[in-house]
Ligand binder design. Structure first.
Ligand code: AMP
Ligand code: MG
Ligand code: MG
Length: 306
C-alpha cells in the first residue's frame, strides 16, 4: 500500500521500522554481554551494537532507496546482512499522514540521510541505557526536515520495551505526547561526558534552576520535548551532523529550535563537515535569540563563532 506516497513519506515510514529493528539489535548485544568495545578517539567508544545497528539501518535503507545518499557515524558498512536484519516493511500508520506540500516533489538527489545507529554509546557501556537512542535524520536540500528518535530501553506502561518518535517539519510529531517545561524555572540539559571549562562557563551564565547531565543528543532533545528542560546547551565542538539532524527535525516540527551557539542552523548537504564545530543550542518556546545572546563572547570566539 501507498507505494505512490511522496518519497519523504516512504523514507520516514521505512526509517521508523528500521530504527525499531536496530533497537532490538542494541538490546540483544547488551543481553549477550560481549560489547566488543573499540576506542575511535578520546571519549569516543564504539561497540558491536553501534556496528551491527548501523549495518541493519544502512543495508535496509540502501536496498529500498539505492540512489539516496546515506551517511552513517560508523563509516562505510558491509551491506551484506542477514535477511533478519533487512527491513522492508514501511510503517503503515505513518503512511496515512498527509505529506506537507513543501516536500511532495523532493527528488532522490535532494536527500541526505544522516544515521547515528546508537547515540549515547558511552552511556550504553556504563549502564545508563535509558539515555540511548537510534537517530535517523532526513535532510532535504541542506536542511534537517524529518527525523526518527527511537529509544530501545524506554519502558512502556504495558511493560513493552522501546518507543519510536518521529517528526516532520510542516506535519508535526508522533509517538509521544509533547509537554511544556515548567514556568518560573529554567532547566538546562547538557553533556555528562564531554564538558570542558569553556563549556561550563556557557552553562553557568544562564544561572539555571537545575542542570541535568545526560548522554546523547537524541535524549537531550527528548527532555526538551517532554518538558523536563527548557534548553540544551553544548558550547564546544564534538557532536556531529548525525547527532543533530534527527533531533533538530523532530524538535523543530514541534515548534522548538536547534542551532549552533550563534543561533545559526547547521547545513546537512552531503559534503558538509561532519563535526558541529560551533556547538549546539536548542530550546523550546520562543526565546531562542535571547539564549544565544547570553553565551559569553569568549566562548563564541573559542568555537570560531565570532
Ligand atoms: P554528549 O552530549 O556528550 O552525550 O554528546 C552528544 C553526542 O555527541 C554523542 O554522540 C557524543 O558521542 C558526541 N560527542 C560530543 N562531544 C564529543 C567529543 N568531544 N568527542 C566525540 N564525540 C563527541
Ligand atoms: Mg551520537
Ligand atoms: Mg553513535
Amino acid at each position: 500500500m501507498a507505494t505512490n506516497a511522496p518519497l519523504i513519506m516512504r523514507i520516514m515510514a521505512l526509517s521508523i521500522n528500521t530504527a525499531k529493528r536496530a533497537g532490538v539489535i542494541i538490546r540483544d548485544v547488551l543481553k549477550q554481554g560481549d560489547l566488543g568495545i573499540v576506542d575511535k578517539g578520546k571519549n569516543d567508544p564504539q561497540t558491536e551494537a553501534d556496528r551491527s545497528a548501523q549495518r541493519c539501518i544502512i543495508a535496509s535503507l540502501t536496498k529500498k532507496f539505492p540512489s539516496i545518499k546515506i551517511i552513517g557515524e560508523e563509516g562505510g558498512s558491509d551491506l551484506n546482512v542477514c535477511d533478519d536484519w533487512l527491513v522492508g516493511e514501511q510503517d503503515e500508520a505513518f503512511l496515512k499522514q498527509i505529506c506537507p506540500a513543501a516536500w511532495q516533489d523532493a527528488k532522490p538527489e535532494d536527500f541526505v540521510i544522516w544515521v547515528d545507529p546508537l547515540d549515547g554509546t558511552a552511556e550504553y557501556t556504563q549502564g545508563y541505557v535509558e539515555h540511548v537512542t537510534v537517530l535517523i535524520g532526513i535532510a532535504i536540500k541542506n536542511s534537517a526536515v524529518g527525523g526518527i528518535i527511537h529509544q530501545p530501553f524506554y519502558k512502556q506502561s504495558s511493560g513493552e520495551l522501546g518507543r519510536t518518535i518521529w517528526g516532520l517539519k510542516g506535519l508535526g510529531t508522533g509517538g509521544f505526547t509533547p509537554v511544556k517545561p515548567p514556568a518560573g524555572e529554567f532547566i538546562i540539559t547538557t553533556t555528562r561526558s564531554h564538558s570542558n571549562a569553556l563549556h561550563q562557563k556557557a552553562v553557568d551564565v544562564f544561572n539555571a534552576s537545575k542542570v541535568l547531565k545526560v548522554g546523547g543528543a537524541g535524549f537531550k532533545v527528548l527532555q526538551l520535548l517532554e518538558g523536563k528542560a527548557h534548553a540544551y546547551v553544548f558550547a564546544t565542538p564534538g557532536c556531529k551532523k548525525w547527532d543533530t539532524c534527527a533531533p533538530e527535525a523532530v524538535l523543530e516540527a514541534n515548534g522548538g529550535t536547534l542551532t549552533n551557539i550563534n543561533g545559526e542552523h547547521y547545513e546537512y548537504h552531503a559534503d558538509v563537515e561532519h563535526v558541529n564545530s560551533r556547538g549546539v543550542l536548542a530550546s523550546v518556546g520562543n526565546n531562542h535569540k535571547e539564549l544565544v545572546e547570553k553565551i559569553p563572547l569568549e566562548v563564541r570566539q573559542a568555537v570560531g563563532a565570532m
